[in-house]
Design a protein around this ligand. Structure first.
Ligand SMILES: [Zn+2]
Length: 486
């Protein structure tokens, strides 16, 4: 870590702001951890975040692009326009007590944070508030926009924001995400994805008395599944397809009139993911023919791969190195090792070093709905160290540190680097010109075009029934203390 003497006055100012507000940052993440809200149902979470931003001097537009839990908070005016954005949704059936290295439910069966999106949100707000105060203090001109993106786990909101013009005037963007290390990367980071439901329509009948009169919608779902399983042989190794049956009928003695299956199609390019989806539509059509049913297809979302611009990544890396890794206590190290042991992953404790900036040539098989933004404007994503290395998300172990001092310290480090990088965008005009130049080179002749159907509406009912079922039991665990930023 650099001594304070080597810091710029802007860095010193935002680092002090973040340190002064460490408790508020921890409480923001912890409150959201206990809200544990699934995508499209992040009502408590969005209310808390927008309240903090409003109190901090931002003008908030709620419900953008038809997303009740989406928002855009703005401060300042004119160019440069810098956008920062993240997600805050939880995952189903991953309610996990924080700070224990074994599976232990807060509320059994309930949703819970197991990918750290609660900490992402805390870092986003803290960085926004710190950067805004620095803009005031140093008289920096420009606009800071803070986007809250609902339902990242379903890859939903940000492609809609881009399609609807929310990024048309943005010059440069950042995305923050929890990780096991403190790092930035440039190049192609994550895959493209199409998310779609296939609903089969048939006719009911008494399954015992007159099954020949029925047309079984569930047969359509099952036959589509068989067709897709056969197709797997012809997929390249980096492609992924996976599904859940969201409606398999009601009871065995009534032949289902309606049945539905929800599929994700992933590939390294937008074109590849679209081709997979087109193949799936053929298979679904065949399944409908075989089962004497009809099928309707609904696209929930379609995202481009996520790319990180070199100039923005280099900027982040510089500030990450200036901030340095948190100093972990013996208790935090012990929890990390116990968790790595019980989750049966490599036992190496917490990271102490910052890796050098790396370039990824081919994307990982994960996806993030921020992908579209990264083809519209120069954008980079960085990871802050608030999770235990090697612990996979979407698993109970991913929830263990999320309301614990490991997450609190990682969030402080992440907020410092993030806020300092954002402030530099306003104080260093050459940076923006550089980013625009490198972005143009990186895109080459690839022209971005939204994969979303032009008239597609957000799936606002998503996860409503699950949240209604579990929220009363979850509410008993909400924290009494709310964050207050100074
Ligand atoms: Zn995530």
């Amino acid at each position: 870590m650099n001594s304070r003497d080597n810091l710029t006055s802007e860095q010193r100012f935002v680092f002090d702001y973040v340190d002064r507000n460490a408790r508020a940052i921890a409480l923001t993440g912890d409150n959201i951890f206990y809200f544990g809200e699934l995508g499209m149902q992040e009502f408590e979470t969005a209310a808390l975040l927008t309240e903090l931003l409003e109190k901090g001097g931002f003008a908030v537009e709620h419900g953008i692009s038809g997303f009740p839990t989406g928002f855009c908070a703005t401060y300042g005016s004119g160019h440069p326009v810098v956008a920062i954005h993240t997600e805050y949704d939880s995952c189903p059936d991953n309610s996990q007590v924080s700070g224990v290295a074994e599976q232990k439910f807060i509320v059994e069966g309930a949703p819970g944070h197991c990918e750290g999106h609660n900490v992402n949100a805390a870092v986003l707000v803290a960085s926004a508030l710190a950067a805004k105060q620095a803009m005031d203090k140093f008289g920096l001109k420009g606009t800071l926009k803070v986007f809250g993106g609902p339902a990242e786990e379903q890859l939903v909101s940000r492609p809609y924001f881009v399609r609807d013009g929310w990024f048309d005037d943005v010059d440069l963007a950042f995305h923050n995400h929890i990780g096991g290390e403190f790092s930035a990367t440039h190049g192609l980071l994550q895959s493209a994805l199409v998310s779609a439901t296939f609903t089969f329509h048939g006719e009911t009948a008494h399954s015992g008395v007159a099954p020949w009169k029925g047309r079984d919608a569930l047969d359509g779902v099952v036959l589509m599944d068989v067709g897709m399983a056969q197709y797997r042989e012809h997929m390249r190794p980096e492609m992924r397809i996976h599904r859940v049956i969201t409606n398999g009928g009601d009871q065995p003695n009534v032949i289902p009139r309606t049945a539905a299956v929800w599929w994700f199609f992933r590939d390294q390019t937008a074109e590849g993911a679209t081709k997979l989806f087109e193949q799936a539509k053929k298979v679904a059509h065949g399944a409908a023919l075989m089962s004497n049913t009809e099928v309707t297809v609904d696209v929930l979302s379609a995202v481009w791969p996520l790319r990180c611009n070199r100039t923005v990544s280099e900027l982040l890396q510089r500030h990450i190195e200036t901030v340095g890794m948190p100093e972990w206590s013996a208790e935090e190290e012990a929890l990390a090792r116990a968790l790595q042991t019980s989750a049966k992953v490599k036992v190496e404790g917490l990271k102490r070093e910052i890796p050098p900036l790396s370039e990824l040539k081919s994307p990982r098989t994960s996806a993030n709905d921020a992908g579209d933004i990264s083809w519209k404007v120069p954008m980079a994503k960085f990871y802050f160290p608030a999770n235990v290395p090697n612990i996979n998300f979407h698993h109970w172990a991913g929830g263990v540190t999320l309301a614990h001092s490991i997450a609190h310290k990682g969030a402080v480090a992440g907020s410092k680097a993030f806020a300092a990088a954002v402030v530099e965008c306003f104080s260093n005009p050459a940076l923006l010109a550089d980013a625009k130049r490198s972005f143009k080179d990186e895109l080459g002749d690839i022209a971005y075009k939204s994969m979303l159907p032009a008239d597609q509406k957000p799936p606002v009912e998503l996860n409503r029934a699950i949240m209604e079922k579990f929220r009363p039991a979850m509410r008993k665990h909400y924290l009494k203390e709310r964050p207050e930023f100074l």
